[in-house]
Write a protein that binds this ligand. Structure first.
Ligand SMILES: Cc1cc2nc3c(=O)[nH]c(=O)nc-3n(C[C@H](O)[C@H](O)[C@H](O)COP(=O)(O)OP(=O)(O)OC[C@H]3O[C@@H](n4cnc5c(N)ncnc54)[C@H](O)[C@@H]3O)c2cc1C
Length: 391
């Protein structure tokens, strides 16, 4: 099967391109999954609403909540891919992840209340999972939720929370039974971020922007009706939404644009008085990246194809994600190297190439090797689950 020759998907790609070229808000020259500045949020909410209205997102949701009766299994991964290729933003916040949990495990009341507001982007969501001592080993999380009548009282700290400073709701994991085995005593909640006791502190990162936050939870009261799924069964809820996060990473669509920029850069910067691209070693390196980008794209498409035919294995998604993130890092490192001393300049400096795009992309590239499971942990996963090696 050739994924590129699927008529339905080709038409879908064209629809995304058209919509993005007409309506996507500008991305202010940043790469990756970045939190917007406050003034950019309304335009992104409008854009998110449009993506749902045009049935580009949420197509796998139940029909009653706006899903399609018979969506193509690759519909949403193709949409994500095309948005990235077009340099357009995706939906604002973590609404899709929260929706996966609510559709899979939420009550009818929760589905009726939350899903329409995710579609219209009236609610922006964040994901309150990671803690200072619980990232890769998420099940060791220590934020506590104690039952008190019709409420839970939550104390603890989260970190790395993308978009918490814009979020109306948080998809929270907290420990409800400290005596149970660690995966068994966790519960998932929908947390109203305006509840007293929630403190959000943006973290300024190496890129100079603040995409993540620390979130402190001090005596935060959550009504029992905002438990998602059963009490102490939060791990199953999380597994469903994390699978979605991992599967959307690593298609490598952004690498094609980065490669084009690299070729342009190599034709512009000079080395020994000649354009860098005229040097054999530079041309060979660029040729190598072009091959890597194609391989990544094919590995990802192959994984999609196997998933479609039910023949995929546990290595497919981790492999694509590792490949993408490591090619991405190496490509941007090389782009900075080509700039020589000018590579240390940053956005706003005189004579910085591409308005500082390369520096931002280089610094952000590390994030892709960590987000959605670090590459080390994913390698373990391939070894244990796909190759059957001992733990
Ligand atoms: C761009 C981005 C966005 C994010 N957004 C969110 C968000 O919105 N909400 C949220 O909850 N979290 C978010 N995260 C956090 C992310 O899930 C964690 O960073 C990730 O799970 C790793 O956890 P950690 O940072 O605590 O590192 P640790 O787990 O402490 O790992 C530290 C180092 O040890 C290595 N390591 C750990 N365990 C093993 C092992 N068993 N074998 C070999 N090596 C190991 C890791 O690979 C890593 O190099 C985000 C992260 C990034 C980069």
């Amino acid at each position: 099967m050739e994924l590129g020759q699927d008529d339905e998907l080709d038409k879908l790609r064209e629809r995304v391109r058209q919509l993005a070229s007409r309506h996507a808000p500008p991305r202010n020259g940043r790469t990756g999954v970045r939190a917007p500045e406050a003034h950019e949020v309304p335009a992104l909410q409008k854009w998110t609403r449009m993506l749902f209205e045009h049935q580009l997102l949420g197509v796998h949701w139940p029909v009653a909540y706006g899903g399609l009766a018979d969506p193509h299994p690759l519909h949403e991964s193709v949409v994500t891919d095309e948005l990235i290729r077009a340099g357009a933003a995706g939906p604002v916040g973590g609404g899709l992840l929260a929706a996966a949990a609510i559709i899979g495990f939420g009550t009818v009341e929760q589905q009726n209340y939350f899903l329409p507001k995710i579609r219209t982007a009236e609610h922006i969501w964040c994901q309150l999972f990671s803690e200072p001592d619980a990232g890769s080993d998420l099940a060791s999380l220590r934020t506590r939720a104690r039952r008190d009548g019709d409420e839970f009282v939550v104390d603890g700290q989260k970190v790395w929370t993308t978009n918490a400073h814009h979020a109306d709701w948080g998809y929270l994991l907290a420990r409800t039974d400290p005596d149970a085995p660690k995966h068994a005593g966790i519960t998932a909640f929908a947390l109203d971020m305006t509840t007293p006791g929630v403190t959000v502190r943006p973290l300024r990162e190496i890129t100079g922007t603040a995409d993540f936050n620390e979130v402190f939870l001090d005596g935060v009261r959550i009504p029992v009706e905002h438990v998602i799924g059963e009490v102490n069964q939060g791990w199953a809820v999380t597994t469903a939404s994390l699978a979605l996060e991992r599967s959307s990473a690593g298609s490598g669509a952004s690498l094609f644009g980065a490669l084009e920029r690299l070729v342009q850069l190599a034709g512009t910067v000079t080395r020994d008085g000649r354009p860098a691209i005229e040097h054999d070693d530079v041309r060979q390196a660029i040729g190598g990246f072009a091959a890597d980008v194609q391989v990544n794209s094919l590995v990802s498409a192959f994984g999609d194809s196997r998933a479609l035919h039910g023949t995929g294995d546990a290595a497919d998604a981790p492999l694509s994600k590792i490949l993408f993130s490591e090619i991405n890092l190496a490509l941007h490192e090389f782009g900075l190297e080509l700039q020589g001393h000018d590579g240390v300049r940053i956005e706003g400096d005189a004579r910085v190439w591409d308005s500082g795009w390369w520096q931002d992309a280089f610094l952000y590239a590390r994030a892709f090797t960590i987000a959605g499971g670090t590459n080390e942990v994913l390698r373990n996963l391939i070894a244990e689950r796909a190759l059957g090696l001992p733990r």
